[in-house]
Design a protein around this ligand. Structure first.
Ligand SMILES: [Mg+2]
Length: 181
């Protein structure tokens, strides 16, 4: 079950600092977009995200987008940022993630993934041998499929927080939620 457990949790993407990555020797960060960096209905990156990405770049962290969403969503979101990216990534399958990692020079020791879903983002990270950082969804969908996935995640997270009681609790929701983004 350790496979499904995140290596670290954050209440929002911006709680992950360049210093945190440096301390752990992480040089490459693969980011999910939807509900990790922005809600589905937000087509463009906001100023806070731009500032956070700039700070990572200044610290020498290579950042890329790895999204299961389609080309139009990902390309529009990335248009002004120009980061390396893969859309239709089919996480948790690893072929796209590994191709992206190779192009960035990331190894399993120097790479982390960040996302809002255990069964796609965290599992993909662990299939690649890399670390997986979990954030709560900014604004979750309410469809049956998503609710079922969240139900399955609950049990994993219950055991995770029993073992790591001091870790930021994603079950309390995103600190971005409710803000104007
Ligand atoms: Mg997501």
């Amino acid at each position: 079950m350790a496979f499904f457990r995140p290596d670290h949790t954050f209440r929002a993407y911006f709680d992950l600092s360049p210093a945190f990555l440096k301390e752990r020797g992480i040089e490459v960060l693969l980011l999910d977009i939807d509900n990790t960096l922005a809600p589905y209905e937000q087509p463009l990156p906001d100023d806070r995200l731009r500032a956070w990405l700039a700070a990572l770049a200044d610290a020498g962290v290579a950042v890329a987008f790895l999204s299961n969403n389609h080309a139009d969503r990902v390309n529009l979101f990335n248009e002004s940022l120009g980061l390396p990216c893969r859309y239709d990534a089919h996480k948790p399958l690893t072929s796209n993630a590994k191709r992206l990692l190779r192009s960035l020079g990331g190894t399993k020791e120097t790479t982390a993934f960040m996302g809002d879903q255990i069964f796609t983002d965290i599992c993909c990270a662990h299939f690649c041998g890399a670390r997986g950082f979990l954030v709560p969804p900014i604004r979750d969908k309410r469809d049956a499929g998503t609710r079922f996935k969240r139900f399955l995640e609950k049990g994993i997270l219950r055991r995770y927080y029993k073992k790591h009681p001091g870790m930021p609790d994603v079950r309390l929701g995103s600190t971005i939620s409710g803000e104007t983004v």
